[in-house]
Design a protein around this ligand. Structure first.
Ligand code: ASP
Length: 316
C-alpha cells in the first residue's frame, strides 16, 4: 500500500486490524518517558493543509516526530498559493524538496488523489472536502475497540450533519468493515441526496434510536460547507437532535459518546454531556497520535524496527 486516500485503500477488516495492532505498539511507545523510536529516521514528512485544522495537524506532526522523521511545515496562508500557484505546482515544489510523504487537507473532494497522480511521494488524505477523512475513522475505530472490546455486532449511531461530513463517510466504511451496524440519525436535509450503496439504516428519531446504541457519534453542523438554509434554526436542531443529559439517560449505562471535534457545545452536544465520563472525546484525540504513527509506519517504515527505543547520540 503506497497511499492512504480512502478507508477502502485498507481493503477491509484484516488491514484495519493490522493498523489497530500497530497502534497498540505505538500507544506503548507514547507512554514511555522518552516517547520516541527511530523507525522513520531519515524520512521527511510534509504537510499541505489548505483548510484549518487543530487535532489532525498537531497529531500528525507529533506522530512523525515520535517516529524520528523530519517534518516540513507548509502553511498555505503564508505561501505562494496566495500568489496564485496551482495545486499541482505547489505539490511538485514540495516534492522537489525531497519528501517521502505528503499529508494533504483540502476543501475539494479528490485533491489528495490528484496529488498522488502527480508526485512520487506517498500521499495521506487528512480530509478532502465532504469526501473522506480516513485517519479519523481509524482513530475512531481504535477508540471503540479500546473502550468496548471490539466493533463486531455493535450498534453505532452517527448523528447530525452527515451530508457535509467526510468523517461520516470514512467512519461508515471502517465501522461496517469491522462488523458494526450503523444508523444515521439526521433531519432529511442533512443527509446526502442519495444513500444508495451505504450499508446503513436511517432514522429521524434520536430518542427512539438511543436506547439501542453502544456508541452515539455526534457531528458538528458544518456551516462553512452549507450554501443554503438547511435548518429552520439551530435551536430547533438542538431540540430534536442535540445530545442532552435527558437523552443520555435513554442510553445503556455502558454506551459511549464520541465526537471528532471541534465541538459546538450547546448545539449538537450539551456542555454537561461533553464532560461526562462516558464521553471519550479526549481519548479520541490521544489515540489519534498513535494511530497516525501506525499509518506513517505502515506506509513508510517497512523493514525498520518498530518500537526499539531511540538512542540519542552521546554528546558528552
Ligand atoms: N475535524 C473534522 C473534520 O476535519 C470534523 C469537523 O470539522 O467537524 O472533518
Amino acid at each position: 500500500m503506497k497511499h492512504l486516500l480512502s478507508v477502502d485503500d485498507l481493503d477491509g477488516a484484516d488491514r484495519i486490524d493490522e493498523v489497530m495492532r500497530l497502534t497498540d505498539a505505538f500507544v506503548e511507545v507514547s507512554a514511555r518517558t522518552i516517547p520516541r523510536v527511530p523507525a522513520l529516521r531519515g524520512k521527511t514528512v510534509a504537510w499541505l493543509f489548505y483548510e484549518d485544522s487543530t487535532r489532525t495537524r498537531l497529531s500528525f506532526e507529533t506522530a512523525a516526530k515520535r517516529l524520528s522523521a523530519d517534518t516540513m511545515n507548509f502553511s498555505v496562508s503564508t505561501s505562494s498559493v496566495k500568489k496564485g500557484e496551482s495545486l499541482r505546482d505547489t505539490a511538485l515544489t514540495v516534492e522537489a524538496m525531497g519528501v517521502d510523504a505528503i499529508v494533504v487537507r483540502h476543501g475539494s473532494a479528490g485533491a489528495p488523489h490528484r496529488i498522488a497522480q502527480w508526485v512520487g511521494a506517498t500521499v495521506i488524505n487528512a480530509g478532502d472536502g465532504w469526501h473522506e477523512h480516513p485517519t479519523q475513522a481509524l482513530l475512531d475505530t481504535y477508540t471503540i475497540r479500546d473502550k468496548l472490546g471490539g466493533l463486531a455486532g455493535r450498534h453505532i449511531a452517527i448523528i447530525g450533519d452527515i451530508k457535509h461530513s467526510r468523517v461520516a463517510r470514512s467512519d461508515v466504511l471502517a465501522f461496517t468493515a469491522m462488523g458494526a451496524e450503523v444508523t444515521l440519525v439526521a433531519p432529511p436535509t442533512l443527509l446526502p441526496p442519495s444513500l444508495e450503496g451505504w450499508p446503513v439504516r436511517v432514522s429521524h428519531n434520536l430518542d427512539a434510536v438511543l436506547p439501542t446504541v453502544d456508541v452515539a457519534y455526534l457531528l458538528r453542523m458544518q456551516r462553512e460547507r452549507m450554501t443554503e438554509a438547511l435548518l429552520p434554526s439551530l435551536r430547533e436542531y438542538t431540540a430534536c437532535y442535540g445530545l442532552t443529559t435527558r437523552r443520555v439517560d435513554l442510553m445503556d449505562d455502558k454506551a459511549i459518546v464520541m465526537h471528532p471535534g471541534p465541538m459546538n457545545r450547546g448545539v449538537e452536544i450539551s456542555a454537561e454531556v461533553a464532560d461526562l465520563p462516558r464521553s471519550v472525546i479526549v481519548d479520541q484525540v490521544r489515540n489519534g497520535v498513535a494511530v497516525r504513527m501506525a499509518v506513517l509506519y505502515l506506509l513508510l517504515g517497512a523493514g525498520t524496527d518498530l518500537v526499539a527505543p531511540d538512542q540519542e547520540p552521546d554528546r558528552s
